[in-house]
Design a protein around this ligand. Structure first.
Ligand SMILES: *[C@@H]1O[C@H](CO)[C@@H](O)[C@H](O)[C@H]1NC(C)=O
Ligand SMILES: *[C@@H]1O[C@H](CO)[C@@H](O)[C@H](O)[C@H]1NC(C)=O
Length: 328
């Protein structure tokens, strides 16, 4: 009985300090609340309540030790509208920034993103972003993934992106990009084994510097690229997927050395001539499409080559043999 009032007070005090010990850094909270306000308090950010610890909010993640915001991921919401708020630049510890599948997210790639030097993953895909790909992205030296696909970006690809030493995946596909693929992309300081540039309006030649790059996946389909595509290939490479379809490429297929690792080769709708190399029978191909080119000669017999239907080979100059008709 004697100690009860003070015990009660102590418990009361502990309860309050535990439940209201805010882990979130006040600067991060301020930045996030500014972002919410800039988006006009959208439904998807309802959990961002000023009176609650921001480390408990949806769409964000705090680092376990520093309790700083390291991840901001807002995706799949049609109601969120407006531009990327400049306040994203006020989250200096961000490693992962994702605005994805927000069809009403418009405007340019926010320049304040240049301040986020800890960024490893920048995913701004499937929005309605416009303007060009800014040069400042090349100063985000920790970037491992850059995905700007499925937007309405215009202009050319900055060659400075090749300075990103840690970049392993680059998605610029499904935009309205013009101009050539920068020569610098053959001298990528990083690894860049996954390169997706399809569905743009890129023109000019594939850089000869690509001879030196061992891509894992390279998708350049549906552009206006011309000239030689053979630089993509090579006996020493470990490339698995090559899609060069629907371009204006013109080169001798007979001379191409296909990497043994190739599982997917789509070359349809180009101006490729020569023969299908005999070594193609050694590949574990899941897809082969050389239709709508200027190939000639007998389709080599063996491996997977006869498992594809006529539509993989049709509309060439004089290809023959199974699955097409007999050679004359
Ligand atoms: C969001 O975009 C859809 C079409 O994608 C449109 O119908 C809708 O009105 C937009 N909403 C806002 C809030 O802008
Ligand atoms: C190959 O490409 C042609 C032309 O685009 C297309 O009609 C055909 O379905 C494709 N075949 C395969 C197996 O993808």
């Amino acid at each position: 009985m004697s100690s009860s009032p003070s015990t009660f007070l102590l418990i009361f005090f502990l309860f309050f300090t535990i439940s209201f010990a805010e882990l979130c850094h006040p600067n991060d909270k301020k930045a996030l609340l500014n972002i919410k306000k800039a988006f006009n308090n959208p439904y998807i950010l309802t959990s961002w309540k000023p009176e609650e610890d921001c480390c408990t909010w949806y769409c964000v993640e705090c680092d376990r030790n520093s309790h700083r915001i390291v991840s901001l991921t807002i995706f799949a919401d049609t109601r969120l509208s407006g531009q990327i708020p400049p306040f994203v630049g006020d989250l200096p510890y961000l490693e992962n920034l994702m605005f994805h599948k927000l069809p009403n997210l418009t405007g340019p790639i926010q320049p304040a993103i240049a301040k986020l030097h800890n960024l490893k993953y920048l995913d701004l895909s499937w929005n309605t972003l416009t303007g060009s790909i800014p040069n400042f992205l090349s100063s985000l030296t920790n970037l491992e993934l850059l995905d700007l696909s499925f937007n309405r970006l215009t202009g050319s690809i900055p060659s400075s992106l090749a300075n990103l030493q840690r970049l392993g995946t680059l998605h610029l596909d499904r935009n309205k990009l013009t101009g050539p693929i920068p020569d610098s992309f053959g001298n990528f300081k990083g690894k860049i084994p996954y390169l997706y540039l399809s569905h743009n309006q890129l023109s000019g030649k594939i850089p000869t510097s690509f001879e030196r790059v061992d891509f894992n996946v390279i998708d350049l389909s549906r552009n206006r690229l011309e000239g030689d595509g053979s630089v993509i290939f090579g006996g020493k490479k470990t490339t698995e997927i090559v899609d060069l379809s629907r371009n204006l490429l013109e080169f001798d297929m007979s001379k191409v050395v296909l990497p043994r690792s190739l599982t997917w080769l789509d070359l349809n709708h180009n101006k490729i001539f020569g023969k299908i190399p005999v070594m193609a029978v050694n590949l574990q191909l899941q897809l082969l499409n050389v239709s709508y080119n200027k190939l000639c000669g007998r389709i080599p017999v063996g491996g997977k080559l006869q498992s594809f239907d006529v539509y993989s080979y049709s509309n060439n100059k004089c290809l023959c043999g199974k699955p097409l008709g007999k050679c004359k």
